[in-house]
Design a protein around this ligand. Structure first.
Ligand SMILES: C[S@@+](CC[C@H](N)C(=O)[O-])C[C@H]1O[C@@H](n2cnc3c(N)ncnc32)[C@H](O)[C@@H]1O
Length: 266
């Protein structure tokens, strides 16, 4: 694995996120917003195209954003600009986090473990703590490794023999505001249960007036974490007081939650 984060959020995939993903898992937006309201300024780590950040700015909250992908950051800046907003945004992997100020809240939604090594993830947690003000809060979610039943089966040797899966045709095309159409199709390439890492490939296509005008294939790795190892990592990073909530619902996490949220105090 390279030391450069391996994430697919560039080019056509960044365009797709900016165009179609504002309403994706919409319940996450008010959930994280409550933490930001209680502790500003806040930092949105891996802000993507601003699915959370832009509504918070519209609500008058003081939030900066960063993301490893300069393409996602550029789309986020463009979308914010359309609302007359000019947030502080920059491109940087989370394990190299070096923001211009410290924060009362740092949140990471849908991004921890993407494209990085375990050492980088541990370093990211240390940096989150470093850049929190005393008493500040880290709010970080993960999808638990057993959430996706289709993926979970590849932890078994026999099932892994199917990998890599063959490329698939996209299920649907989506029409963007300018009339162009986009389609994404992903496939599993590898799941390494020893390293707890899954590797996926995404093919993104864009058509204009019925003609395929752009096509890209990109790879994403995801580090898979279980509850107790992330608790240990948070402890090693210096977080003493950690609460674990269910799927963005303010309740204690249960075995049935597909996402869990770590709320850690500095
Ligand atoms: C699933 S998207 C989520 C974006 C945003 N947090 C949201 O919820 O809409 C994951 C984002 O994480 C970013 N990302 C992936 N690996 C990263 C890393 N190692 N450091 C910082 N950002 C990363 C990607 O570029 C992408 O924008």
């Amino acid at each position: 694995m390279t030391d450069d984060p391996q994430t697919w959020h560039y080019g056509l995939i960044a365009e797709y996120w900016a165009e179609f993903n504002d309403d994706f898992r919409a319940f996450e937006i008010p959930y994280f917003q409550r933490y930001v309201e209680r502790g500003q300024p806040a930092l949105d780590v891996a802000c993507g195209t601003g699915r959370l950040l832009i509504p918070y700015l519209r609500a008058g909250l003081d939030v900066d954003g960063c993301d490893v992908s300069e393409d996602m950051v550029a789309r986020c800046r463009e979308k914010a600009g359309r609302d007359g907003l000019s947030p502080t945004l920059w491109a940087e992997p989370m394990h190299e986090l070096h923001p211009p100020r410290s924060y009362k809240t740092i949140y990471v939604c849908g991004a921890f473990g993407l494209g990085s090594t375990r050492e980088q993830d541990a370093e990211a947690l240390r940096r989150f703590r470093e850049w929190l003000e005393p008493g500040g809060t880290l709010v970080l979610d993960i999808e638990v490794p057993y959430a996706d039943t289709n993926q979970w089966k590849y932890w078994q040797k026999d099932e892994r023999a199917e990998l890599p899966k063959p490329p698939r045709q996209p299920r649907e095309r989506k029409r963007a505001a300018d009339g162009s159409e986009y389609a994404l199709s992903s496939r599993y390439l590898e799941l390494d249960p020893l390293e707890q890492r899954v590797t996926l490939e995404m093919r993104a296509q864009r058509w204009r007036e019925g003609t395929l005008e752009a096509e890209e294939t990109r790879v994403l790795t995801i580090g898979l974490y279980f509850l107790n190892e992330l608790l240990l990592m948070l402890e090693q990073a210096g977080f003493a007081d950690v609460e674990v909530q269910g799927d963005h619902n303010d309740k204690p996490a249960t075995s049935d939650d597909e996402f869990i949220v770590f709320v850690a105090k500095k």
